[in-house]
Write a protein that binds this ligand. Structure first.
Ligand code: NAD
Ligand code: UDP
Length: 310
């Protein structure tokens, strides 16, 4: 198949491009390099079946493809809040452009949605049937509401135009190729520990997240895309739940760092807890994560060590 991956030069997108090429597909990678970088795909550029197109997903595009994965959108709070209006445009207009293309081509289209659609959840763990608790006017809303609107568009194109859709709700995922300046918690803690800098805990650090290693997630993407039982939304994430203090202590131990924990203000609307219920993914995709947190952290730490030396 010929497959379009928007956001293909980013952390998850570049791993997905690599996986698809490995399966013998042709890949068109579309990215504006806002948070992505050529270094993530430089090893793919000499592959005749790989094509990089520097383009903004907000502007219409035309390619002849069989499948579309829509990942273009900054995912880290500092990056998506940097230009909030651009972020919401990216989610909404990016979805419209992918769906319009899918409609014309009769191609299957996949949306990288997020656990943020659940907001600061009152249901725990979160099931796909939960409608969420999202502030529509806060500093996270450009991301959360943008992704919620994208899901709405996916379902409206599906109902109205018969577009063949798949939606994954991704929970916090980490691994090699995250930027040192990404700003999300796993990369922040690892980079701070390696540099011997203070570990920045926002709030008291009792808030929880569930961390999935990138390789497990990419497997989930491909399984969801290539089965016919469910359109989604399907939660993809690792149900192992940790407080930010637990994460910081684990990172310090694995790095062998003497960095101190310092507490900074908790950002507005920061969800207190998050854990995926992955029953749907288990049932329909026979999928569940296999990489435990410590193992994934070790690989990510090794990546950042090398990246920082370079
Ligand atoms: P990332 O920031 O590394 O990747 C996003 C990519 O999209 C980057 O390469 C960036 O340059 C590109 N991009 C951003 N705006 C664009 C635009 N207007 N036009 C074209 N390209 C654009 O983040 P990631 O973690 O790889 O996330 C990939 C996708 O998965 C995102 O849609 C994100 O919302 C979703 N997601 C990720 C996580 C996670 O924990 N990693 C969790 C939930 C959802
Ligand atoms: N966080 C933290 N220190 C950091 C970065 C993040 O304590 O240096 C916290 C943040 O407040 C949140 C959790 O870690 O409670 C996860 O943050 P991240 O930005 O990785 O993802 P999200 O909040 O979008 O789930």
């Amino acid at each position: 198949m010929r497959v379009l991956v928007t956001g293909g030069a980013g952390f998850l997108g570049s791993h997905l491009c690599e996986r698809l090429l490995g399966e013998g597909h042709e890949v068109v990678c579309l990215d504006n390099l806002f948070t992505g970088r050529k270094a993530n795909i430089v090893h793919l550029l000499s592959n005749p079946y790989f094509e990089f197109v520097r383009h903004d997903v907000i502007d219409p595009f035309k390619f002849e493809v069989d499948q579309i994965y829509n990942l273009a959108c900054p995912a880290s709070p500092p990056h998506y809040q940097y230009n909030a209006i651009k972020t919401i445009k990216t989610s909404v207009m990016g979805a419209i452009n992918c769906l319009g293309l899918a409609k014309r081509l009769k191609a299957r289209v996949f949306q990288a949605s997020t656990s943020e659609v659940y907001g600061d959840p009152h249901q725990h763990p979160q099931q796909e049937s939960y409608w969420g608790n999202v502030n529509p006017i806060g500093i996270r809303s450009c991301y959360d509401e943008g992704k919620r609107c994208a899901e709405t568009l996916f379902f409206d194109y599906h109902r109205q135009n018969g577009v063949d859709i798949r939606i994954a709700r991704i929970f916090n995922t980490y691994g090699p190729r995250m930027l040192a300046s990404d700003g999300r918690v796993v990369s922040n803690f690892i980079v701070q520990a390696l540099r011997g800098e203070d570990i920045t805990i926002y709030g008291d650090g009792s808030q929880t997240r569930s961390f999935c290693f990138y390789s497990d997630l990419i497997e989930g993407f491909v399984r969801l895309m290539n089965q016919d039982a469910v359109t989604g939304p399907v939660n993809l994430g690792n149900p192992g739940e940790f407080t930010m203090i637990e994460l910081a202590e684990t990172v310090l131990r694995l790095v062998g760092s003497k960095s101190k924990l310092v507490h900074l203000d908790l950002p507005a609307d920061d969800p207190k807890q998050r854990q995926p219920d992955i029953s749907l993914a288990k049932k329909h995709l026979a999928w569940e994560p296999s990489v435990p947190l410590e193992e994934g952290l070790k690989e990510t730490i090794a990546y950042f060590r090398k990246d920082m030396e370079a």
